[in-house]
Design a protein around this ligand. Structure first.
Ligand code: SOE
Length: 383
């Protein structure tokens, strides 16, 4: 495991839980080594989570013969080099989102894992929220019909103060050299991954972005430095299926903490989801799969509490009515990854699939700079 921050914790928890809740898996993760530059912090984290050893240089980690899987939970500027080296030494590779800082890096990573033929996955964990998986099931069952609109928002509020610095171990997301972009790679990437999973490829975009605070002190130097990330970004999209999309993301929506929502409107029904109320999926049914219209004095939105055994993943957890939370999405994702590696049918999103999201992110940023529509070329081999 590379990195001991927020994602180091979320992923480590998944490794510890996965075999308990998915006991049929043949592979049993062993926490061999925690890798991070700060030896004291790495050791402290390793002790809490039960890692057997510590390395401070990822190059040592990828060389070790006793390690089969490398999980990259460190900042975005480290993803490419670690993934390429890990794949070259035959390790399975998992990587935190976004896959890379840009398409060029992501393409190198896809080439490396495919050349090595190693299982790989990117942690777009929200696909494994049961309500979002159920949304995908309803789309595949044909309950939405011809899609017209996809509407996504991803809002937070933690960077409004100009006193928040940039850079360093805690605020690298605000340093463009490390992160690659702001809300586009950090938040919209989640929205785009979910959107394309539910509604197919995005083929072109037109975007507008803004950096509200132009200069922040850098934690490493203590000196002010221009801010290079997008603080807010909104874009219009066209999907390959002809439907229209709107996407909005910001870290300046006072009161919004992790407000990740989507709505899909089709001829036969609509779906709505809000991550701040994650156990619910809202469904409006206009036409049943048997063709019958649902139009009477009880027509209305249905609020499905996605906690029954027949809902995605929920037979693994508690009894109906008992909810699961954020951390379980990582356990569910890891279970799918291990099952996919065991069956030979790769769990998604793999690196190639995440490259498609990266292409849309790059197109969004390019469009915001140019003020014009930009095509997002589809990646061959992604369904
Ligand atoms: C940013 O605040 C962040 O931590 C993202 O980096 C995560 O991917 C998202 O799931 C929660 O918000």
């Amino acid at each position: 495991m590379v990195g001991y921050g927020f994602m180091g914790k979320a992923h480590s928890n998944a490794y510890l839980k996965v075999n308990r809740f998915f006991p049929e898996l043949a592979r049993r993760p062993v926490l061999k080594c925690l890798c991070a530059r700060n030896a004291d912090k790495a050791r402290a984290f390793a002790d809490v989570w039960g890692y057997e050893s510590v390395e401070t240089d990822w190059r040592r980690l990828v060389e070790r013969r006793d390690i089969d899987v490398v999980d990259i939970g460190s900042p975005n500027d480290t993803h490419r080099d670690i993934a390429v080296a890990a794949a070259a030494s035959g390790k399975w590779v998992l990587c935190e989102k976004p896959l890379a800082r840009d398409v060029a890096e992501a393409e190198e990573m896809v080439a490396a894992v495919e050349r090595a033929g190693v299982p790989n996955m990117v942690w777009y964990n929200y696909r494994r929220v049961p309500a979002i998986s159920l949304a995908r099931q309803l789309v595949n069952e044909g309950r939405i019909g011809r899609p017209f609109h996809y509407r996504a928002t991803y809002l937070q509020d933690w960077t409004i103060s100009a006193d928040v610095p940039q850079g360093g171990a805690t605020l690298w997301r605000l340093d463009v050299d490390v992160a690659g972009s702001g809300v586009t790679g950090d938040l919209l990437a989640h929205s785009i991954d979910t959107a394309m999973w539910l509604n197919g490829p995005i083929v072109r975009v037109v975007a507008d972005a803004e950096t509200f605070v132009k200069e922040r002190v850098h934690q490493e130097t203590g000196k002010p430095r221009p801010v290079g990330i997008d603080d807010a970004c909104a874009f219009l999209a066209r999907f390959a299926n002809g439907s229209m999309g709107t996407f909005e993301s910001t870290r300046y929506a006072r009161g919004r903490k992790n407000y990740n929502t989507f709505e899909l409107n089709g001829a036969d029904g609509s779906l709505h989801f809000d991550l701040e109320d994650p156990q619910y999926l809202d469904f409006f049914e206009y036409r049943r799969p048997d063709g019958g219209k649902v139009e009477d004095h009880l027509t209305g939105w249905r609020r499905v509490h996605v906690t029954n055994f027949e809902h995605p993943y929920m037979d693994r957890w508690w009894v109906p009515g008992c909810t699961i939370g954020y951390e379980h999405t990582f356990v569910n994702a890891l279970a799918d990854f291990l099952a996919g590696a065991e069956s030979g049918s790769a769990a998604q999103p793999d690196f190639r699939c995440a490259l498609q999201t990266q292409k849309v992110c790059d197109a969004v940023l390019q469009s915001a700079r140019a003020g014009a529509w930009v095509d997002a070329p589809t990646v061959i081999g992604v369904e």
